[in-house]
Design a protein around this ligand. Structure first.
Ligand SMILES: [Zn+2]
Length: 460
């Protein structure tokens, strides 16, 4: 490979033999050389004069990664890939390309496709499309209820037993609002260590809701989406999870009150985990004053006080992880009146940069904690930490150490550049960060020892 635009490069064309990543900083620590052979990390040593450098053997490509931060490949618990059915918005191939460019090596694909991923057939289709695309591992999320209709359970066991090996179930986009159904779903997935990921939105309290209920909804004259509609469901579901002894994951937590409820549930020792999106960490409902539907999302952007509580919750571990809720929409669904526009924002290609801005630049998280919140914990909740060690190694969220699968992101923390959605690999460009200056740039992503992204570009 020739010298690259960033001045970094590798000494030879990518070889099958392996990679020697020189001078990267694992978890932002001191520089080290990381040796990758085949699909695994086989060596790591401090680099520089004082250290003992790993030798580059035959067939090993040397990559100068001086100063780059090395993190375990990121894992997203909440991605909308839109295929099957809405390939105008995204495909498995385009969405996973976006994921790789954002530093992800595994994403969980939400079930609200057309048809809905509520059978073994559909989840296996999505899983196979992910393997064909090859940019990152795709873990299909199964619907909790048939057709996301909220009236009867989907074929949870058949999806769990399928080749897609579904462990996370969600009606995301819809709330499983019926308490009896939610209880039965929690009971059902216990048998195979599954988890129910709830989109917490009390439907009657949010009929026609458009923006956060409060000062902004009053000022803009738009129907409000009250915090209590989220908090009431989270409280109920924490109690149900405790009653059943099962695992609940709360999607896209957006209010200060929700953080408090989850903190309380965790203090009881209940099996409750939670995620927050990059946009809820960085943006507030003030943006709705522009009436630009790029800022329309569900749950809505909240107040600065909510943002502060979400950041504090992520920092102290009450909120376990960052999940993108990457929700691509074609231009015609977004470039319309606010009340007509679709809800959702793209996020895969900007998540690490947004977390850098919201959490690292503010001193709330260090890089080891970023690795924990964006790789280790989501991999554990997606049941990806331990599966398939060996030939077809599907493990994610492992430490950067010999014996771990070589799933890595190399991140350049230095540049500060505006976000340019037109340059994104996602088929949709509805990024709320468009034009915003954010730090950082993913330099490379490795999936099982092979680069999916190199010098900020897809390798295939
Ligand atoms: Zn949702």
């Amino acid at each position: 490979m020739s010298a690259t635009s960033s001045g970094r490069g590798s000494s030879a064309p990518p070889a099958r033999g392996g990679w020697l990543i020189r001078g990267a900083r694992p978890l932002g620590g001191p520089p080290a050389d990381i040796l990758i052979e085949g699909a695994a990390i086989t060596g790591i040593a401090a680099s520089g004069r004082a250290g003992r450098e790993l030798p580059a053997g035959a067939g090993v490509t040397v990559l100068d990664a001086s100063g780059l931060i090395a993190l375990p490949g990121l894992v997203d618990l909440h991605t909308h890939l839109r295929e099957p059915g809405r390939e105008d918005a995204e495909t498995v191939a385009s969405g996973t390309a976006a994921a790789a460019l954002g530093g992800y090596t595994a994403v969980h694909a939400m079930a609200n496709t057309e048809p809905v991923a509520d059978t073994a057939g559909v989840v296996e289709q999505v899983w196979r499309l992910g393997r064909q695309a090859g940019h990152c591992d795709v873990c299909p999320v199964g619907a909790v209820t048939a057709g996301l209709q909220g009236s009867q359970l989907a074929e949870l066991g058949a999806m769990a037993d399928s080749a897609a090996r579904v462990r996370v179930f969600s009606d995301d986009g819809q709330c499983v609002s019926d308490a009896t159904l939610m209880r039965r779903a929690l009971e059902y997935v216990k048998a195979f260590d599954g988890v129910i990921a709830q989109h917490a939105q009390e439907p009657r309290l949010t009929e026609g809701a458009q923006v956060n209920e409060g000062e902004m909804s009053a000022r803009l004259g738009l129907p409000g989406w009250p915090a209590v509609a989220e908090e009431a469901i989270i409280a109920r579901d924490c109690l149900l999870a405790a009653h059943v002894g099962s695992a609940l994951h709360v999607c896209h937590v957006s209010t200060a009150g929700s953080v408090e409820i989850i903190r309380w549930a965790k203090s009881k020792g209940w099996r409750v985990t939670a995620e927050v999106t990059p946009h809820h960490l960085l943006l507030t409902d003030e943006l709705a004053a522009s009436y630009d539907p790029v800022y329309k999302v569900n749950p809505p952007l909240r107040t600065a006080a909510d943002v502060a509580a979400l950041r504090a919750g992520l920092a102290d571990g009450t909120i376990d992880c960052v999940a993108t809720d990457h929700a691509p929409h074609p231009a015609e669904s977004k470039e319309t009146e606010w009340s007509e526009a679709a809800s959702g924002m793209t996020g895969l290609e900007t998540a690490l940069r947004a977390v850098h801005e919201a959490m690292v630049s503010t001193g709330l998280l260090d890089w080891p904690s970023v690795a924990d919140r964006m790789s280790v914990r989501p991999a554990a909740f997606g049941r990806l930490s331990d599966i398939g060690a060996g030939k077809q190694d599907m493990r994610h969220g492992r430490s950067i150490a010999p014996g771990s699968p070589a799933n890595l992101v190399l991140y350049d923390a230095e540049p500060i550049r505006p976000v340019e959605p037109a340059a994104h690999a996602s088929r949709s460009h509805n990024s709320p960060f468009a034009g915003m200056k954010l730090p950082g740039q993913v330099f490379a992503t490795f999936l099982r020892g092979a680069p999916t992204v190199l010098d900020g570009r897809l390798t295939s």
